[in-house]
Design a protein around this ligand. Structure first.
Ligand code: SF4
Length: 235
C-alpha cells in the first residue's frame, strides 16, 4: 500500500504579543478533521512555549508540577473535533482501563446532572465555570493527580500554566492565582467543523458521544488547518 502523502509548511502567526514560526505537517488528502489534531497540538504547544518563555523573561517562574491536578477540576471545554479524537483514543485502551474510565465519566455526569448543569443554555461561560469548579469533579482522565493521557490531552489543557504558588489553584475562588497570559488559540478548534461554536465540557464526553451527530466531513489536511487558523481570535 502506498504511504499516505503529507504536506508541510511553516506557519507564521502573531497572537497577542507573540510571534510564532512553526512547521506543521498534515495529510495532503481528504481526511476527517480528527487527523489534523496532532498538528494542532504541536501548534498550541509552540504558542504555549513562546508565552512561557516571555513570562520567564519577565521574571515569572512556572509553578505547575506533575502531581498537581487542581486545574483538572475546572470546566474543560473541548471541541467536537477533539472529542472525536479522544473517543478514538479511549477505544484503543485496554478493557479494564476503559471500564474504569466509563465509571468515572458516569459518576461525573451524575454530579453534573444533579447540579442542573447538564443544560448550559442561558448561562454565561463564567457562571458555568464557577459552578463547575465548585463541584470539584476530578477530570475522569486524572489518575494520581496526574493526567493519564498527557501527550493526547485537549488543547485547552496545554494553555493553563500559573506562576503563583500551586496551592492557590485549589482555593475555592482561586484567589491570588496568576495564570501565564497564554493566547487561547485552542478556542479556534470550536469552529473547525462548522460556523457555530461546537464544544462541550470534557467531563461529559460519554454523554456527548451518545447524543452527537455522526455526520463527518472529509477535507484535505491543509484545508482543516486553514479553517482552524481562521477561527483564531474569533469570538
Ligand atoms: S485531560 Fe488531563 S490535563 Fe486535561 S483536565 Fe483531564 S487530567 Fe487534566
Amino acid at each position: 500500500m502506498a504511504a499516505e502523502a503529507h504536506s508541510t509548511a511553516t506557519l507564521r502567526l502573531t497572537v497577542g504579543d507573540l510571534r510564532i514560526a512553526h512547521p506543521i505537517t498534515v495529510p495532503s488528502g481528504r481526511v476527517p478533521a480528527t487527523e489534523v489534531v496532532p498538528a494542532l497540538q504541536g501548534l498550541v504547544n509552540a504558542v504555549v512555549a513562546a508565552a512561557e518563555a516571555a513570562s520567564v523573561r519577565d521574571g515569572g517562574a512556572i509553578s505547575c508540577r506533575k502531581g498537581c491536578g487542581a486545574c483538572c477540576r475546572q470546566l474543560v471545554p473541548v471541541s467536537r473535533t477533539e472529542g472525536e479524537r479522544l473517543l478514538a483514543l479511549v477505544k484503543t485502551l485496554p478493557g479494564e482501563r476503559r471500564e474504569r474510565l466509563r465509571e468515572r465519566f458516569a459518576a461525573a455526569e451524575t454530579i453534573i446532572a444533579d447540579a442542573g448543569l447538564a443544560d448550559r443554555a442561558g448561562r454565561s461561560d463564567r457562571e458555568l465555570s464557577q459552578a463547575y469548579f465548585a463541584l470539584a469533579i476530578p477530570c475522569p482522565f486524572l489518575e494520581d493527580e496526574s493526567c493519564s493521557i498527557h501527550p493526547d490531552r485537549p488543547l485547552v489543557c496545554r494553555e493553563y500554566l500559573v506562576t503563583s504558588p500551586a496551592e492557590l489553584c485549589a482555593g475555592p475562588a482561586q484567589e491570588g492565582v496568576t495564570p501565564v497570559p497564554v493566547p487561547k488559540v485552542s478556542m479556534a478548534a470550536r469552529h473547525v467543523q462548522g460556523d457555530d461554536e461546537d464544544w462541550f465540557p470534557l467531563a461529559g464526553l460519554m454523554a456527548w458521544a451518545a447524543a452527537r451527530s455522526r455526520k463527518s466531513e472529509r477535507r484535505t489536511g491543509p484545508e482543516w488547518v486553514q479553517r482552524f487558523l481562521k477561527g483564531i481570535g474569533r469570538k
